[in-house]
Design a protein around this ligand. Structure first.
Ligand code: APR
Length: 313
């Protein structure tokens, strides 16, 4: 069987992290593509030279040419500008749309059969734009945010309870912004429902921290936004696709009537396998959660309308 090819468009902080993790996991050969000359080549060569120590035979190359997207099984897009302190994700809309439009046009012509994972912010609008620009089926164009937001909540719960981080499962839905919705009843700790272990008041604190977790990292780093956790979260989605795992992950997916929403991308639990998004799972929420989710959908809607207007010119 031929090796899989994974293209990383954007060889910055997240792109570099993903290249290393992909190599370690031997999920396929990696091409890093960036507009900056030398950086993708340098990062690829740097990881190549460390392969003996991480026991991998994956090959990595760097490129400044979108032609190298050709033949990709998966394309992960982080091309764009990250936030600086004081900026919201929405502040990136205009500049990152221009970049996603260019990258999307290249994917459409060079890798139309790829599974496309968008990471660039503002996430829900950028994945929406990517689907419109490429015309690729929505099942194959997905946004990375819910995996990260859920992982952040799981991390805070594990820290609070003093339990293993990988024993905690969580679901955080909605848009990738301050309106995201953490679900109390859906957190499980080694299979035990969280309400048996933590008060709703404490959970609300952790839920607030989760919604602002990206800002917390931006405030600490000062020069950019989170990259390790976004990188590994996107790889989890790529792995589900490449290995046909049927993983249940919260991702930005195009809703077609589910949750009463039509034609918008928003974070919801989905099943990812070799066909991309194989199912959108409609979960039952209580009235408070439903109202919060509807508010989050509204926040996403404005940016999607902005993208529509931009595409219409
Ligand atoms: N084509 C390819 N790469 C591009 C393009 C383009 N048209 N425009 C910019 N890039 C590259 C930049 O040169 C840079 O190397 O995208 C890379 C982005 O990397 P960083 O600035 O390090 O940003 P990073 O932290 O990786 O975040 C990327 O993901 O989470 C989001 O908000 C974040 O939108 C940001 C994106």
């Amino acid at each position: 069987m031929a090796r899989k090819k994974i293209a990383l468009v954007g060889a910055g902080q997240i792109g570099g992290t993903m290249a290393l993790v992909l190599a370690q996991k031997q999920l396929g050969d990696v091409v890093l593509i960036d507009v900056v000359e030398g950086v993708p080549q340098g990062k690829a060569l740097d990881i190549m030279e460390g392969r003996l120590s991480i026991h991998t035979s994956a090959t990595l190359t760097g490129s400044n040419n979108y032609d190298d997207l050709a033949g990709s099984d998966v394309v992960i897009v982080t091309a764009g500008v990250p936030r600086k302190p004081g900026m919201t994700r929405d502040d990136l809309l205009n500049i990152n749309y221009g970049i996603v439009e260019k990258v999307g046009t290249a994917i459409k012509s060079k890798a139309p059969n790829a599974f496309v994972i968008v990471v660039t912010n503002p996430l829900d609008a950028m994945v929406y734009a990517m689907q419109k620009v490429t015309g690729i089926a929505p099942e194959k164009v997905v946004g990375m945010a819910g995996v990260l937001d859920s992982s952040r909540l799981a991390c805070f719960v594990a820290m609070e309870l003093g339990v293993a981080a990988d024993d905690v499962q969580a679901v955080v839905m909605g848009g990738h912004g301050p309106s995201m919705v953490s679900l109390y009843d859906f957190v499980s700790v080694g299979g035990i429902p969280l309400p048996q272990l933590m008060s709703k008041e404490k959970f609300n604190e952790l839920s607030k921290r989760t919604a602002m977790a990206g800002d917390e990292i931006v405030g600490l780093l000062k020069t950019g936004s989170a990259f390790y956790s976004p990188g590994v979260s996107a790889i989890r989605m790529a792995e589900a696709y490449l290995l046909d795992k049927k993983s249940v992950l919260t991702c930005a997916a195009e809703l077609k009537g589910q949750y009463g929403v039509n034609g918008l991308y928003c974070g919801v639990p989905v099943i990812i396998g070799s066909n991309g998004i194989e199912k959108i799972i409609e979960v039952k929420m209580n009235d408070e959660e439903k109202a919060a989710f509807a508010k989050s959908v509204d926040a996403v809607k404005g940016n999607a309308e902005w993208v529509d207007a931009k595409i219409k010119g």
